[in-house]
Ligand binder design. Structure first.
Ligand code: FES
Length: 100
């Protein structure tokens, strides 16, 4: 695991997410009670959850409204036992970093 800078400090609005690319991976970074990193592609039809609406730690996929816990990656409806990968994300003095 290597920490990589992915954004400038304070560049992700509170209560919002952005999508970043690290190598071939598309990852959603949310600023909601701290920073959370989670694979960006919804297991339903590969919509990006990064622009999804947040309600607490739950994000709603904007395409067909499936829900994920942004802290655990768990899909909260339709299919049991499905999880998106999550990543540690940290705000430091010089930016936002992800452990990948
Ligand atoms: S692509 Fe996310 S709910 Fe359909």
């Amino acid at each position: 695991m290597v920490w990589q800078k992915i954004a400038e400090k304070d560049s992700i609005e509170k209560g919002k997410g952005i999508e970043i690319k690290v190598g071939l991976k598309r990852i959603a970074i949310f600023n909601q009670d701290g920073y959370h990193g989670i694979d960006a592609l919804c297991v339903h039809q590969d919509g990006s959850i990064a622009p999804g609406k947040l309600n607490g730690c739950v994000v709603e996929c904007p395409l067909h409204f499936w829900h994920y816990d942004i802290k655990t990656g768990e899909l909260l409806d339709y299919l049991k036992g499905v999880k998106l990968q999550t990543y540690n994300v940290e705000a430091r003095n010089d930016g936002i970093y992800i452990d990948i």
